[in-house]
Ligand binder design. Structure first.
Ligand code: FE
Ligand code: FE
Ligand code: ZN
Length: 276
C-alpha cells in the first residue's frame, strides 16, 4: 500500500492530525510547524507529539512531512530575514526531536538578485548551522517552480546545496510535481526520463517525499499555481503513472491541492485507485 495523504491543519495538535488523516483515508500527512506566513510557533506539547508517534506506528503510517513556513528565506539579501530563517529552522528541528524519524521540508529560498550561486552558498550555510549529530529528522529540500529568483528549480541546484552540507546524510529531496512541471521537467510525457535525470544528478536514494499537485500552467511556465488532480495541465493519467511507478513506491505522497476535507478524501481515494 502506498503512503498517501494531504496537507492538514496543525491547529488542534499532533494526535488530532493523525485522527484527521485516518478519517480522510490517509496513511501519511503534512503540516506547517508554525504560521506559514508569519513566524510564531505554538508551545511544544511533548505528550501530544509522543502520542502522535505512537499512533503513526500502530496504524502503520509512512513518514509524515513537516513543512517550514513560506517566510523562511535562507538566502535573503537582508540579514535579519536570514537570521529569522536560521532561528525558525533550528527551533523547528529542536521541536521535532519529540517526534523523531520524520521529515522536515523547506523551500530553498529566493536569492533576490544575488544570483543562484550566492543563494546556494547561503542555504548551505544555514543547513550547516542547524544540522548536527543530535538531529533525528531528515531535512528535505523542495524542488521549486523557478518563479522570480527561486533557487532549486533545477536538480543541479539542489545537488549543489547537498554537496556543500557536512551532515548530508540528514538531507533529502521532496519532489513537488507541480513545481518540477512548472520548472520544465516533462513528467507527463517522460516520467522515466525525468527520474533518470534525477538519479544521475542527485541520486534517487535522496528522494524521500512527493508533493502531488496538478498545475494550472503549462510545462515550463515557472508559475507555481497548484490545481486539483486531473484539473490541470499534468492530468490524471500522469498521476496514475506516478502512483504506480516502482521507484516511487515507498515515498509519502502528499496532496497540496486547493481543496476542502471532502475534496481531499476524494483525491486520496482517487490516488489509491491508481495503485491497482
Ligand atoms: Fe512547499
Ligand atoms: Fe510543495
Ligand atoms: Zn507550490
Amino acid at each position: 500500500m502506498r503512503y498517501i495523504g494531504s496537507h492538514l491543519s496543525s491547529s488542534k495538535g499532533y494526535l488530532a492530525m493523525c485522527r484527521q488523516a485516518e478519517k480522510l483515508g490517509a496513511n501519511t500527512f503534512a503540516f506547517f510547524t508554525r504560521n506559514p506566513r508569519g513566524g510564531a510557533a505554538k508551545a511544544v506539547d511533548p505528550d501530544d507529539m509522543a502520542a502522535c508517534g505512537d499512533y503513526l506506528r500502530r496504524h502503520a503510517f509512512g513518514p509524515v512531512v513537516a513543512h517550514a513556513p513560506y517566510t523562511m528565506n535562507a538566502c535573503a539579501a537582508v540579514e535579519v530575514t536570514r537570521e529569522f530563517a536560521l532561528r525558525a529552522m533550528a527551533e523547528d528541528l529542536q521541536r521535532l526531536e519529540h517526534l523523531p524519524g520524520q521529515y522536515y521540508n523547506f523551500h530553498p529560498g529566493s536569492h533576490v538578485g544575488q544570483g543562484a550561486e550566492a543563494g546556494i552558498e547561503l542555504i548551505a550555510a544555514q543547513l550547516n548551522a542547524v544540522l548536527t549529530e543530535e538531529v533525528h529528522t531528515t531535512v528535505l529540500v523542495e524542488t521549486m517552480a523557478g518563479k522570480g529568483s527561486e533557487v532549486g528549480r533545477s536538480f543541479e541546484e539542489l545537488r549543489a546545496i547537498i554537496d556543500r552540507v557536512e551532515y548530508s546524510e540528514k538531507l533529502g529531496v521532496c519532489l513537488d510535481t507541480c513545481h518540477v512541471w512548472d520548472a520544465g521537467y516533462d513528467i507527463v510525457n517522460d516520467l522515466d526520463g525525468v527520474l533518470v535525470q534525477f538519479d544521475r544528478v542527485i541520486g534517487l536514494s535522496r528522494l524521500k517525499a512527493l508533493h502531488v499537485n496538478d498545475s494550472m500552467n503549462p510545462l515550463g511556465a515557472r508559475k507555481d499555481r497548484h490545481a486539483r488532480i486531473g484539473e490541470g495541465h499534468i492530468g490524471a493519467e500522469a498521476f496514475r503513472r506516478i502512483v504506480r511507478h516502482p521507484a516511487l513506491a515507498g515515498l509519502p505522497m502528499v496532496l497540496e491541492t486547493p481543496n476542502d476535507d471532502a475534496g481531499w478524501a476524494a483525491e486520496i481515494a482517487l490516488l489509491r485507485s491508481f495503485e491497482v
